[in-house]
Write a protein that binds this ligand. Sequence first.
Ligand code: AHM
Ligand code: MG
Length: 336
Amino acid sequence: MARMTLSRYLIEEQRQKGVITADLKLLVEVVSRACKAISIAIGKGGLGGVLGEAGSENVQGEAQKKLDVVSNEILLEANEWGGHLAAMASEEMDLPHTIPNRYPQGEYLLLFDPLDGSSNIDVNVSVGTIFSVLKCPEGADLSTPEAAEQAFLQPGTTQVAAGYAVYGPTTLLVLTVGDGVVVFTLDREMGAFVLTQENVRIPEDTKEFAINMSNQRYWEAPVQRYVDELLQGKEGPRGKDFNMRWVASMVADVHRIMTRGGLFMYPLDAKTRDKGGKLRLMYEANPMAFLVEQAGGAATTGRERILDLQPQKLHQRVPVILGSKNEVERVTAYHA
Ligand code: AHM
Ligand code: MG
C-alpha cells in the first residue's frame, strides 16, 4: 500500500468520509508543521542554545524554559495568518491571542500546551505538544483578548479535534478528529508525517500504573486505597502484580497507555487542592480525555467524566485519572 501521509489521511477524512471541513484539515496540517519545527528545535538541544531557563514566568507562576517560549512562538506564528482560526489560547499565555485584523478570521479556536513535560528537556527525556480544537460560538465577542476568553469555555465534548506530538526517539503525531485515533511518525528525511498506526485501542485491563508516588501522603482516601491494593500485588485483593512507570511528561505517559494500556493519575491532593488539581483542563485533560475515549479508554476526575466538565476559566486545573477503562472505573467507583 502507498504511504499514507497526514495530508492524504486528512483529505480522505474530508472528501470521502466528510468528517472534517477544509479549514479543519488546514488547521491540523499547520499544527503538524509547527510540531515539526518544534521537533527540530528540540533536536538541536545544546547546539541550538535552546536548553535552560528563559528567565520568565507564565501566568501560573511557573518558571518558563527557553523551549516553552520558543514552542509557543512557533505555534502562534504558524497559525496566525492561515484564515482558519478565530483565536488561540496557550498554557504559556495569560490571555487568548486573537487574530490580527490584517488576516482573515476562521471559525475554529485552537488551544495548546506548547511544550508539555518541559522539566524533562534538560535531561533529554521525551516531551511533547498537546492541542485541542473547538468551534468558535457564533457571535462570540473577540474584540479584546479579555472578552475572547468566554468563547473557549466549552466542555470537552465539543472538541472537533485533539492531538499530541511526542518528541522522543522518534517524533510522533497522535490525532483524533472524532473518528478513532491514528498515529503518524515523522519521516525526518522526507519531512512528512506518515501513518504508522490506525484504530488505536487501549486494552480495558492493565497491570501498569503511573502516578507521582512522592505525593502519596497528600492523596485522598480513595486513591490511597486503590494504590495500596495495587502495591499488595498477587497477595492482595487484586490477585496480580502491578508495575509502575512515571515519566513526568504527560504526553509520554499517555502515549505508553495508548500503546499498551495502563492507568495514569494526577489526582486531587492536599497540595494542589486550592488550585483544583495539577493538570490543566483546557490544554491537557480535555484533549487527552478525547483521545483516550476515542481509543476505548476512559477519563475522569475521580468524580466526573472529564469531557463533561463545564470550564469556569481558561487556565482551570483538574484532577486527572485516565487510561484502561476497567481501572479508571474502579478508581472512580472508590470515590463514589
Ligand atoms: P508542564 O505542562 O508545566 O510541563 O506540567 C505538566 C506535567 C505533566 O506533563 C506531568 O504529568 C506532570 O506535570 C508531572 O508532574 P510532577 O513533576 O509533579 O510529577
Ligand atoms: Mg503541560
